[in-house]
Design a protein around this ligand. Sequence first.
Ligand code: TUI
Length: 308
Amino acid sequence: MNTKITELLGIKYPVLQGGMAWIAESTLASAVSEAGGLGIIAGGSAPIDYLRDQIRKTKELTSKPFGVNIMLMSPNAEDLAQLVIDEKVPVVTTGAGSPGKFIDGWKNAGVKTIPVVPSVALAKRMVRAGADAVIAEGTESGGHIGENTTMCLVPQVVDAVDVPVIAAGGIADGRGIAASFMLGAQGVQIGTRFLAAEECQIHSTYKELVVKAKDTDSIVTGRSTGHPCRNVKTKFAKKLASGEMNGSITPDEFEELTLGSLRKAVQDGNLDEGSFLCGAIAGMVNEIKPCSEIIEEMISQAKALLKI
Ligand code: TUI
């Protein structure tokens, strides 16, 4: 399955693992890279020493290419951006903002630069700034999201830019990969499916929520703060979303209630105070398996559908 993305990144399959904050660490990232995709370590809002350690562990676990995701709302994004250069990380993806000011530095250091974009306008801006590819991410994704859907966004970004486009949001099997290719994408980014990977180190309560989720079990919170996030529809998430809607939770109160909530979900499986981020495709994720099986299965399904 050779595409411009497999060529650009030196990987076997055009599958990137989402850089999920608090979740995507060296065990998961190295397993995805070993399986022929591109494993990605999440910078999130981690301290620099933690991320350095995760990068070095990943290098010990795999000799294949991997990436780091820089979450641009993080207060230490600038330090993490430099760390990627110092540690000679092959690929960087970005999220939750525009990485414009970092792109020259990454490019000069030979780091392949792939921003997540929720719109055609940002995709064009990123390509002008020197991005090697873009990830067009639809609102079906887990975590922080834009407004447009994968089905609408991907072909419009493909038409607007002359770099390869990676589709993200709502892709969890070979049908999603084949559909993305039909829309003009040359690769996919997959997050939620990897939450149920054996190598994914999240709390068992989190994995269970994802595996048991059905089609209507995701909900968007944080619209009142301007940072909408898609989560598993737990009682806590429903309380937040309805409170925002009826005004009983102000944006400041929302920030207070969700402070540390990603950690509480991932590490503690805390259903009362945790934000269990997941995509709208969680209903289709029903089995815990190793990354290699997840990837081989979806690639062979996509190949059969695409007749390649
Ligand atoms: O970044 C993500 N997903 C994330 S980040 C995250 S941690 C977080 N925690 C609390 C609040 C917010 C985030 C959890 N999930 N996905 C990539 C993504 N990027 N989705 C949307 C965007 C985006 C939005 C606006 C990218 C660029 C952008 O640019 C605005 C501008 O500056 O033009």
